[in-house]
Every structure is written in structure tokens, then in C-alpha cells.
Write a protein that binds this ligand. Structure first.
Ligand code: GLU
Length: 475
């Protein structure tokens, strides 16, 4: 049997990190066995619909390289792939389920149902309409009375199902509520649509958040009543912000787009979230999507919730940045340069220096701010024990360096380094006693993305000379 999985997001307008992780696991389960990965948009809750939200789903999956085999935009043999376009189907199956005894018509108003339910005492809604004969119910429908279709929990005892992550799960049928499957406007609830769609789309494995575990016996009952085969269940624990709180946009936590905007690479985010809940069984931490496709098995998913650790993601992002080709890094850095550097400087060289020193692209602007304008700085910065410099030594070195630098024609890092090293030697100074003051004179900062000569190459000859003169004046 061909493995078929589906990612079934609701169009909420952002890609929650936990949702993207679910998509990844769905994708990997399918792709590890040459199966199909289907994209289905669950938009039956029209109140929650957000304009442009499906585009975010498409662009996110594309950016991380999770191509889908079927979906709203590319079609497939099991479409339509948007639930609102499947509306008539749900009604057809809901009425059929009534005939099969797995559901019943209900004419109670939502208020009546709510009044009976009491979350605190766990009182369930006992539907008086359950006692209506099918004939009576149909007569009321023919008379134009509004109705919903509710599931009928007609079994007693304990329901048992197997979950790949959590093992065997037992839940008493008594605990299941007879929830609405088809609303009065003809739209299905999630509780019904997911079953109908997963069956019709021949989905073999369902990966979703563990908050759905308690409802799964209800879905299994629907599968059973129709005589359909239920899928393999892979429930995953939530991604946590800390031990108590789930990661959630409502708490101001980052979505995929937010992380990208903060300078994280899509590949690094994907790698990080793969490991948030999946244990490769080795020490390896850096995985490409292609490698994950080869190695992933759902059996190694963890039961315990994982905490989203931004420091770990940042570290991993740094690994990805360093592994880029210089040309690729430069292309990614360009939009940041365009934002914060208008001065004509050697950007290619800047990239070669920065690539080794930033862990996220967002560090580019703060690390390079001195390029655009020389910051105000205190001359005390020239005091450095390790470099054995103070204001006096610094001034002396800069005065010596100025004419030497003015004479340099081939303005490269190697040349400049040789020249300044020779200068130090000839004057009985340590390298640091020349290089450190030059670095401060060019940047006004204690930490810079490169050494003195690297900064000189980035700034170019004219600006370097200018800044050294200014520093001499200041000292
Ligand atoms: N639309 C549901 C959600 O976003 C999908 C759950 C499922 O995968 O069945 O939570």
C-alpha cells in the first residue's frame, strides 16, 4: 500500500513552529517510503479565515523544500483540496452516517446544548433529539426546521487504539461527547471533516498534535460505522516555550516567518525543529532535508514535550551560515547591507569576514554599524592590558602608521598586514600595539567583525586614512 500523509493546516495567517514540525514529520513519513505528501487546507471555520493565509502556507513549505504531491494549487486525483470546496460531500456523508446509526439529527439550539454542558462538573449534553425516530426528524427537516447532525456514541465499554508515539490508548466511550458533525449552515466540524477527508484521500498516516488524542476514539467510531479503515496515528507532543507553557503566537512567540525575519535560515529552522521531538539515535545534529528523508522513522519520535531553545537554534543557524558558499552568504547579506550601509565599501570582502562571525543575519547591521558612521567613543578604549596599549602608545603607533598606509598601493589584507607588522618590528613594538589602535581608530568599538587590516580593506584606503587622522586629532 502506498504511504499517503497530509498536512492539513487551517489558514490562520502565520506558520506556527509546531505546525511546521507536524508538516515535516508528515512529509518525512511519506518520503522515507516514496509515498505521497498531500496539502489540504482546512478552512471550514470561516470565522477564522485570514486573507492571504494560504499563500503563507505555500511559501513556507516551498522555502523549506517540502514539496507536496497534491494540493489546492496543483490539483491531484483526490481533490478538491480546500475543505470549503468540499462542502456538499460532508453533508452527503453526514446523512449517510445517520442512516447507519452513527449520527442523529438534532434540533436543539446551540444555547440549549450549552446550558446542559458544564465543563466544571464534566456534565455532558444529553441530546433529547436522540429519541426522535428518523421519520419524525425527517418531517421536521422537511418543515424547514434548522438542525445539526450530531454523532451518536452507541458503544459502551472501553475504546482502544494504537498510537505510534504513545502506544495503546484506552478511553471509555462514556467520556465521549456527542458532538456536532455537520452544522446548521451545512459546514462540517473538524471532527467530521478530518475523517471524511482522510478516508476519501486515502491517507494512511495521520500526524497531529496530542490534543487530538482524546477525540480519536470518536473518529475511530465514525470510521467503524462507515466500515472504513482508520489511519495509523502519530500524535506528537506540543512544542513548549518553557516547562509550563506551549509555544504560541498569542504569547508573542515566534512563527516561522518571524524567525526568518530575525535572520534565521529556513534550512536551519527546519533542521532544528526536526530534532525537537525526534531522536536520530546518534550524536549527529546537522541534517539536510535529503538526509532526514533517508533516516527518519516515526518510531524515534519522543513522547515528552520539547522546549524550544532559541540559543540552540542560533548555534545551529551559525553552523548553516558558515557552511554556505561565500556567494550565497553574500546574496543573503545584501538586503541587510542595503538597509544599513550607503557608503561605498568593499562589500564582498565584508561578507568574507562576517560569514565567520555572525550566527544570524540580523547581527549584520549591529556588527557593521561603524562602517556608515564612526561612533562617538571614549579614548579610554585605547587602553588595553592584553595588547599593552594606552592612549600614548596608540597615538604614537597611529602617527607612525599614517604615512606608511598612505604609501600602500595594493590595498589588500595581506599587504596591509605585512606593512603594519614590519612597522611594529622596526619600531620595537608588539604587533598588537599597532593593530589594536588601528582597529579602534577605524571602528570606535571594542568588538568588531574583523581585525585592523580587515576593517581597512572593508572601508577602503581613503576612509581608512581619514579615520586615522581623526583618531590622531582625538588623542
Ligand atoms: N486543521 C487542523 C489543525 O490545524 C489539523 C489537525 C489534523 O492534522 O488533523 O490543527
Amino acid at each position: 500500500m502506498k504511504i499517503r500523509t497530509r498536512f492539513a493546516p487551517s489558514p490562520t495567517g502565520y506558520m506556527h513552529i509546531g505546525n511546521l514540525r507536524t508538516a515535516l514529520y508528515e512529509y518525512l513519513i511519506a518520503k522515507a517510503q516514496n509515498g505521497d505528501f498531500v496539502l489540504r487546507i482546512e478552512d471550514t471555520d470561516q470565522k477564522r479565515y485570514v486573507e492571504g493565509a494560504t499563500d503563507i502556507i505555500y511559501s513556507t513549505l516551498k522555502r523549506v523544500g517540502m514539496d507536496w504531491d497534491e494540493g489546492p494549487d496543483i490539483g491531484g486525483n483526490f481533490g478538491p483540496y480546500v475543505q470549503s470546496e468540499r462542502k456538499p460531500l460532508y453533508a452527503k456523508y453526514a446523512h449517510k452516517l445517520v442512516e447507519l446509526g452513527g449520527a442523529h439529527y438534532c434540533f436543539c439550539s446551540a444555547d440549549e446544548a450549552d446550558e446542559q454542558k458544564d465543563e466544571q462538573t464534566n456534565t455532558k449534553f444529553v441530546d433529547p433529539c436522540k429519541n426522535l425516530t428518523l421519520e419524525e426528524a425527517r418531517k421536521r427537516i422537511a418543515n424547514g426546521e434548522p438542525y445539526v447532525i450530531r454523532q451518536t456514541i452507541h458503544k459502551k465499554g472501553t475504546s482502544v487504539f494504537h498510537d505510534v508515539v504513545y502506544g495503546d490508548i484506552e478511553i471509555d466511550y462514556d467520556e465521549l461527547d456527542e458532538g456536532v458533525l455537520l452544522k446548521s449552515d451545512g459546514f462540517p466540524t473538524y471532527n467530521f471533516a478530518n475523517v471524511v477527508d482522510d478516508h476519501l484521500m486515502e491517507i494512511t498516516h495521520v500526524v497531529r498534535g496530542n490534543e487530538y488524542i482524546s477525540s480519536t476514539p470518536k473518529y475511530n467510531l465514525i470510521y467503524e460505522d462507515f466500515g472504513w479503515q482508520a489511519p495509523v496515528y502519530v500524535h506528537v507532543p506540543p512544542v513548549m516555550k518553557d516547562a509550563q507553557h506551549k509555544l504560541s503566537k498569542r504569547n508573542g512567540d515566534a512563527s516561522f516567518q518571524d524567525l526568518v525575519a530575525k535572520g534565521y535560515l529556513p534550512e536551519a529552522i527546519l533542521n532544528y525543529i526536526a530534532l525537537l521531538g525526534w531522536n536520530p539515535g546518534t550524536e549527529q545534529e546537522i541534517f539536510s532535508l535529503a538526509e532526514l528523508k533517508q533516516l527518519f522513522t516515526a518510531e524515534r519520535l519522543n513522547k515528552s514535550p520539547s522546549i524550544f531553545d532559541i540559543a540552540k537554534l542560533t548555534w545551529m543557524n551559525g553552523c548553516y551560515i558558515r557552511n554556505l558558499s561565500l556567494a550565497d552568504f553574500h546574496a543573503l547579506a545584501m538586503p541587510y547591507y542595503e538597509k544599513c550601509i550607503t557608503r561605498k565599501v568593499n562589500l564582498e570582502f565584508l561578507s568574507s569576514v562576517l560569514q565567520k562571525r555572525v550566527e544570524t543575519l540580523a547581527e549584520i547591521c549591529p556588527q557593521t554599524d561603524f562602517i556608515e558612521t564612526m561612533p562617538e567613543y571614549d579614548v579610554l578604549l585605547y587602553q588595553n592590558k592584553k595588547m599593552k596599549t594606552d592612549e600614548q602608545i596608540a597615538k604614537n603607533s597611529l602617527v607612525l602608521a599614517l604615512p606608511v598606509l598612505e604609501k600602500v598601493d595594493v590595498w589588500t589584507n595581506e599587504n596591509l598586514f605585512e606593512v603594519l607588522k614590519a612597522l611594529a618590528e622596526n619600531n620595537g613594538l608588539k604587533n598588537g600595539q599597532v593593530l589594536y589602535p588601528v582597529r579602534i581608530a577605524l571602528s570606535g568599538k571594542e568588538t568588531t567583525p574583523g581585525g585592523a587590516t580587515e576593517l581597512a580593506v572593508i572601508l577602503g584606503k581613503d576612509e581608512t586614512i581619514n579615520r586615522i587622522k581623526q583618531a590622531i586629532d582625538k588623542l
